[in-house]
Write a protein that binds this ligand. Structure first.
Ligand code: SF4
Length: 444
């Protein structure tokens, strides 16, 4: 069968789609382009209204394919599938499979049943009590030198703006032996860099599924695996990041000096309304601790503007925290109501125009900080893990390669030699661009 997967949203969705693709190929199915596919899978995101609307417009587009070719149909997965559920069948008859994040492991079997029984429709929307392990499926030859490893599913934090606990369920930690085994298999298959993945990795093991291994201990086990060059983890939560996790940045050479630590707002009043369970002061203390143990650490974050009740003064405090920390990068969004979350019932919503103005001011400030961060790399010699050829090839410089330095920032460099994908290359940074830097191989 020929299939095509559309993926929206976070790295966990990308991971889920990647596993489904590899599992189907291992069963003899063929990954095809949109125009050549018979089965379409849409892995959806519901974190804001915009990505949810994208799903409906895509389904509208796929309806034409299905109308002209009856053997063609659609499966919808991810957070919008969990949120809307079987109502998809009423609204989109071409949808025959609906699966939530806990249903991913059962997708390949379900697709084969649906192929064998044309009148069948399947929904996989139940939440599991524990982390549902998936079949280990081979990685394609020549696969990327970096990989993501799920360590947990779901979240127990219930930030008042967030739909994730309702669509990905309660937190379920994956047994550490399974995580370590997957990491070993990846290293054996040539992976150089592993990113541990979860909604809130710092609370790993603190749920019924925990096997007594905490996140700091898991991090030590992974960082000391023979043959592994680089380790990263995401996403962290300021309320749970423990001192021994901060210390890990100076203890383990494999742990990369880059951390994504969402702070969302610089106002304690808004942080309380968001149910984030930390203050601007405690957040800044963590940053000081990180910089004490690893002065060259690169920091990124998430920020929401226009949360209900956010006054200009609150927004100014958000800008102040950005300037005080000097983030290397940030992902910023306008608040939008999500169905069923507490903040949706808050009265004092911010007009759209004010939200847009705050977002543009904030992103302009971030552009300035990012430029400063990238300029700070010029003249430095950094080790780059090459991800592949770079689209950014200056015409007079032969082949150009793209990769990331230990802090996670993108480096493009030119070299006329053989394929460098997966290599760790010493590069002298010579120029800073808007979102990346450019360098030259430096074997001195
Ligand atoms: S920590 Fe908060 S924002 Fe993050 S996934 Fe959990 S509920 Fe959502």
């Amino acid at each position: 069968m020929k299939f095509h997967i559309f993926t929206f949203g976070c790295q966990m969705n990308v991971c889920d789609s990647d596993w489904i693709e590899r599992a189907l190929i291992a069963r003899g199915w063929e990954s095809a382009s949109e125009s050549g596919a018979q089965i379409f899978l849409i892995n959806t995101c519901s974190v804001r209204d915009k990505p949810e609307q994208k799903v409906y417009s895509l389904l509208g587009r796929l309806r034409n394919y299905c109308r002209n070719r009856p053997e063609t149909w659609v499966g919808v997965g991810g957070c919008v599938a969990q949120q809307i559920g079987r109502d998809f069948w009423r609204r989109f008859p071409e949808v025959r499979l609906i699966f939530g994040p806990d249903g991913v492991a059962s997708v390949p079997d379900s697709l084969e049943r649906l192929q064998a029984q044309p009148d069948l429709r399947i929904s996989l929307l139940d939440f599991e009590d524990s982390y549902l392990e998936r079949d280990a499926v081979p990685r394609a030859g020549g696969a990327a030198p970096q990989a993501f490893v799920n360590i947990m599913q779901g979240c127990d934090n219930f930030c008042t703006y967030c739909i994730v606990p309702y669509t990905r369920g309660r937190q379920k930690s994956r047994p550490s032996v399974r995580i370590i085994q997957e990491c070993r298999d990846l290293i054996d298959s040539g992976v150089q860099e592993i990113t541990l993945l979860g909604q809130n990795v710092n609370s790993y093991g603190l749920d019924a599924g925990g096997d007594g291994t905490g996140f700091a201990e898991l991090l030590e086990q992974v960082c000391t695996l023979p043959g592994l060059k680089r380790v990263r983890f995401t996403t962290s939560h300021p309320k749970d990041i423990a001192p021994d996790v901060i210390e890990a940045f100076s203890r383990f050479p494999a742990l990369c000096p880059g951390l994504h630590l969402p702070f969302q707002s610089g106002s304690n009043r808004i942080l309380k309304r968001m149910n984030r369970k930390y203050t601007r002061e405690s957040y800044l203390e963590i940053i000081q601790g990180l910089r004490r143990v690893r002065p060259d650490i690169a920091l990124s974050t998430d920020i929401i503007v226009g949360f209900p009740g956010e006054f200009d003064a609150d927004f100014r405090q958000t800008l102040e925290v950005m300037q005080e920390v000097g983030f290397d990068n940030s992902f910023s969004f306008k608040y939008s109501d999500r169905p069923g979350v507490r903040a949706a019932s808050f009265q004092d919503k911010i007009p759209e125009a004010d939200k847009s103005l705050r977002l543009s001011l904030l992103q302009k400030e971030q552009d300035r900080l990012t430029q400063k961060s990238l300029q700070g790399l010029v003249g430095r010699r950094l080790e780059v893990l090459v991800e592949g050829p770079s689209p950014k090839t200056p015409p007079d410089r032969g082949t150009s390669w793209k990769g990331r330095e230990p802090g996670g920032r993108i480096v493009n460099f030119s070299d006329s030699g053989q394929d460098l994908t997966g290599e760790l290359i010493p590069v002298k940074i010579v120029d800073a661009k808007k979102h990346s830097v450019f360098g030259e191989v430096d074997n001195t």
